[in-house]
Design a binder for this molecule. Sequence first.
Ligand code: AMP
Length: 116
Amino acid sequence: MNDTLFGKIIRREIPADIVYEDDEVLGFRDIAPQAPVHVLFIPKNEAIPTLDDLQPGHAELVGKLVLAAAEYARREGFAQNGYRVVMNCREDAGQTVFHLHLHLLAGARLGHFGAR
Ligand code: AMP
């Protein structure tokens, strides 16, 4: 298995502020938050390195990451105000951890983004 920092978080070998968990998805606060709410959602049972490694059979898994983020936003009460989800793929997007993850950003009016 492609073992990463996030694999260690799943196995509770390193600490994380876990705020969401179901059978397939773990959600924990980003250690360097870019917004008042910044939570990472990762698949627990498969460490896919990048978006570019996804196959058609991963459709349900990716859907569950998105649904977990949406459920968390509703549960925490900020869904009505809005939020952003981001998935970075490789160098140009600044991906640093090669275990598929979805960023949920919320809690403030977020600026637009693009090339620097
Ligand atoms: P990305 O740049 O899309 O690969 O996102 C990786 C994210 O993981 C970054 O936003 C980091 O701040 C975050 N991160 C790195 N190490 C940890 C950690 N130990 N606990 C929580 N978040 C982390």
